[in-house]
Design a protein around this ligand. Sequence first.
Ligand code: 6PG
Length: 247
Amino acid sequence: MTTDSKPDLRIYKTPEELADGCASYIRGELERSISSKGRATLAISGGSTPKPMFQKLAKSGLDWWKVHIFWVDERCVPPDSELSNFRFAKENLLDLADIPNANTHRIDGELEPIDASRKYVQAIREFFRLSDGQLPVFDVLHRGIGPDAHTASLFPGEPLINDHSNIAANVWVEKLKMARVTLLPGVLERASRTVLQVANADKAEPVFQVLFGPEDPMRYPCQIAARGSDKAVWFLDEAAAAKVKDR
Ligand code: 6PG
């Protein structure tokens, strides 16, 4: 659902307070899903910003046996690589909470990218019991934004930014010389709740462009399901919110 209403911006003084607020919000949304459906699905992003939030979420008292964790994207590297989003989540979330292995649905970054992508799509289809052409609805989908306004592993100019019908795909990120697997726009758009977690001054400009610049997801991929969506909530520290806080 797109809307012209003002974006839901929640601004915190420091990255630490931002992590607290974001973790509390995600916990609340997941608990709502658990109480209404008996389970909750959370898709998480990587990078570095999520670290304190993951640590607080792990200790938030959630019934992790009822939460299933998926990844918004993954680098095509082994799970023990320093670049792995799975390793990042394992060290800061999975190992700190008592999340059963059966509840973690990682992207097998050690495989050939096309195989990792196909395996992940099949795992999602089976978990959500999807029929052909159907897309999953994650209860909470957590995203970041890059300095270039990328989100997930959808970088500016990526043709798959126009793919609203498939679940996930492997992409080559030329600027990083790296293969990745990423959820695609159709899935990002269907999430029941999108949580954007953004910190630091280098994100102030992309945040402004995504929210108030030209509407152009090919140029600003983070606009997908985050601009004009009444299901998106932005968690920002003051540095990242510098150009939008008075809008
Ligand atoms: C990844 C992430 C990516 C991330 C942004 C922002 O694999 O790198 O999924 O989309 O969210 O790059 O990362 P930071 O918030 O750590 O800068």
